[in-house]
Each structure stands twice: as structure tokens, then as C-alpha cells.
Design a protein around this ligand. Structure first.
Ligand code: 5GP
Length: 187
């Protein structure tokens, strides 16, 4: 049964703004990881649309010039931090990264950093897998509700303290396929 929630109130970040910023992020990541192998580690499910667009914005290694571009590999983890509500709860690992992460450069691709608990949990989990480096790229940063300090290397947009949906982000599994970010309600 669909949740009886009102539709998103207003567009916070338009589709064209999102795409423009993601191209900028991809260009920066391409410079920072040039000639290297990079594991993009997507956090399911909210980051999937961002992940897909960001991956395509990173310059790929070309077969005719393997010394140019970034060799990208896809991996995913699934974490649960919100349980059908707009309040945060305990973080749980549902599906983990593979052993392939050992001695690799990892870029965590997140949809949004809010309290910071999810990212802290994921970083601690990754450390047990012995990676070479771990950096973080988040589409959205909501610093107003931060409870634990977390380092973020690439930020798409800093947003105000509000619950947002769209472009992968849900409310009770709804709204994920909106091509823009919308405000659902004020907190
Ligand atoms: P944190 O652990 O930093 O509080 O929360 C991270 C996770 O909470 C995100 O990956 C996302 O799933 C969820 N979250 C935090 N803020 C929002 C929001 O405004 N909208 C939606 N849809 N999810 C959010």
C-alpha cells in the first residue's frame, strides 16, 4: 500500500543543476585519480541515480591510451539507517563490500550525509577490509543535524535542515524516480 503522504512540496535542486554539478564532480575526480584504479562504492539504495551519473562523468580509461583516464570498478554496500520514517535510527549493514576492496582506492558514493552515523559506521567497516585509501563523495550534505564529525572529500550541494526526496532519495520507498531533489516537509 502506498504511504498517504502529500506529494513533494517544491523543487530544491533542479535536474539541470544536478547534472551540471555532477559533471563538475566527475571532472575533479578524474583529475584526482588519473591513471589509477578506483572502486566506486555505492551505498544502496539512495545513491543509485547519483552513482550512475557520477560514474559516467568520470573519464574512463581508453583502450588506445590505458595511461589516460580512471579505471573504475563498481561495488555496493547496503545499509539501513531510516526505517519508514523521517527520524534516524541505528545503522545496520545489510550487504557488505567484497574482499576486492583490500588494497584498493575506494570512493564511497553517498546520497546524503545527515547525522553522520551512516558514514562513520561505513568507514569503520571498510577499515576492517584493509583498503589503500577511502574518500567520500556525497551528493547532498545536511550539516545542521550532524551528530558525529565525518570527513567528506567531494560535496555536490549543501542543503538546509529539511527532509528531501527524489533522484534516488525516498520517503517510504516513494519518490526515488523524480529527476530532481524536492522538499517533502520542513523539520
Ligand atoms: P545519517 O546517518 O547521516 O543521519 O543519514 C544518512 C542516511 O539517512 C542517508 O543515506 C539517507 O538514506 C537518509 N537520509 C538522511 N536525510 C535524509 C533526507 O532528507 N531524505 C531522505 N530521503 N533520506 C535521508
Amino acid at each position: 500500500m502506498p504511504a498517504t503522504k502529500p506529494p513533494p512540496e517544491s523543487v530544491l535542486i533542479s535536474e539541470s543543476c544536478l547534472q551540471h554539478r555532477i559533471r563538475e564532480l566527475g571532472a575533479q575526480i578524474s583529475i584526482d585519480y588519473e591513471n589509477q584504479e578506483l572502486v566506486l562504492l555505492g551505498v544502496l539504495r539512495g545513491s543509485v541515480l547519483f552513482f550512475a551519473d557520477l560514474a559516467r562523468a568520470i573519464s574512463a580509461t581508453h583502450p588506445s591510451d590505458p595511461d589516460c583516464g580512471v579505471q573504475v570498478r563498481f561495488e555496493f554496500v547496503q545499509l539501513m539507517s531510516y526505517h519508514e520514517s523521517t527520524k534516524p535510527s541505528k545503522v545496520q549493514l545489510i550487504r557488505g563490500g567484497s574482499n576486492y576492496l583490500e588494497h584498493r582506492h575506494i570512493l564511497i558514493v553517498e546520497d546524503i550525509v545527515d547525522t553522520g552515523h551512516t558514514l562513520k559506521f561505513l568507514r569503520e567497516h571498510l577499515e576492517t577490509l584493509n583498503p589503500k585509501t577511502v574518500k567520500v563523495c556525497t551528493l547532498l550534505d545536511k550539516p545542521a543535524q550532524r551528530q558525529v564529525p565525518v570527513a567528506i572529500d567531494y560535496i555536490g550541494f549543501e542543503i538546509p535542515d529539511a527532509f528531501v526526496v527524489g533522484y534516488g532519495l525516498d520517503y517510504a520507498q516513494q519518490y526515488r524516480n523524480l529527476p530532481y531533489i524536492a522538499l517533502l516537509e520542513s523539520t
